[in-house]
Design a binder for this molecule. Sequence first.
Ligand SMILES: Cc1cc2nc3c(=O)[nH]c(=O)nc-3n(C[C@H](O)[C@H](O)[C@H](O)COP(=O)(O)OP(=O)(O)OC[C@H]3O[C@@H](n4cnc5c(N)ncnc54)[C@H](O)[C@@H]3O)c2cc1C
Ligand code: SF4
Length: 346
Amino acid sequence: MQDKSGTKGFFFRKRGFSKSYDSRYLVSDYQKLCIGFSLDPARRQMGSSGGVGTEISGFLLENRIVETVIGVGFSQDRPYLPEYQAVQNVEDIRKISGSKYVYMEFDSLKKLIDLEKEKETAVFLQPCFVRAVRQMQKNGYTNIKYIISFFCGYNITEDATEYLIKKAGVRKENIDEMAYRWGEYPGGFMVRTKDGRVVRFGKECYELVDLMFLRKGCKKCSLYMGEGADIVLGDAWINSLKNASVVMARTGAGAALIEKMERENKVKLFGIKERELVRMHWHNLKYKKYGMGFFLNLIHQIVKRKAIRSLIPFRLSMFLSKQRRKWVIGIDVDLGEEPLAAADRK
Ligand SMILES: Cc1cc2nc3c(=O)[nH]c(=O)nc-3n(C[C@H](O)[C@H](O)[C@H](O)COP(=O)(O)OP(=O)(O)OC[C@H]3O[C@@H](n4cnc5c(N)ncnc54)[C@H](O)[C@@H]3O)c2cc1C
Ligand code: SF4
């Protein structure tokens, strides 16, 4: 039986925690766990954290391991609208690089998978779609070679993007480029207008926006680390290393791909212990696996109301979030040179 009762028996702080935790429930099965980044500086920069997702797309296409990679890019006509896209050329991986902080609908993913059905495919998707796409693999979609997912703390509706665009003081028709993780790590929301004006908010803007526009189904979702995918990527919140991703291979196929990329000097990987991962992501794991605490829930109930949203001082809340992040996010870790063997990783 999994202990869903709460944090009883735990003593978690930013700098450390002791006692046991339920690994199967919090992390679930995996074969390889590391921290890493792309060794191609341009791809590392393109990505949201270590550019490992971008590097995987490039590696799979360059080596003809798959013929198409499905990820999320922006609509060409409406550069503020995230959409699933299929990429066949290495030169195009930039189009699907980087996180798009918006809930994507399964139907549009399914349509694209159907369109690409004759091609060997790798697909990036939300943790909640992993099971459905695994089922598709069993039911004839044997062309899907890799399912790649990410850590999914909060996911938000399209209104969140609209809100940020409004706060940036830009009209949608005037947007030339948009990004959710742009600029110096960890990056933030950015819009560039057709006449070259850039407006940017730090990543802390998402703390407020995540609560204001948290999708109903996402509030109740306990999936966090792409459970069941071949490879899962997340932010590596380590004080001594910027622009790095958590890289978790959950299947043999995922582990083999990551190892091949490492052997061919495409990614740099460091070993990390599982309890360090839990400590690093405890701020989200706690909420995903044991539910939103009283205080956070209260704030959510208040700020989700349309009438309240317009009254919230955006800049002040960003300032407060920035201070909170300094306290809650980022740990010190001794990075081992090699990814740890299964027996050593706890
Ligand atoms: C909605 C969302 C919530 C997230 N929440 C967390 C979190 O709470 N904690 C955390 O540590 N990390 C979270 N991440 C993951 C994080 O933002 C990075 O994606 C991850 O660290 C990998 O970075 P990278 O530089 O290695 O990947 P990149 O090189 O940036 O590649 C990312 C890949 O993911 C694909 N992608 C981007 N957005 C989506 C999407 N919405 N749906 C499907 N595929 C997509 C891209 O097409 C690309 O192929 C979240 C990501 C998303 C999209
Ligand atoms: S929070 Fe859960 S339901 Fe929402 S997108 Fe992420 S995995 Fe899917």
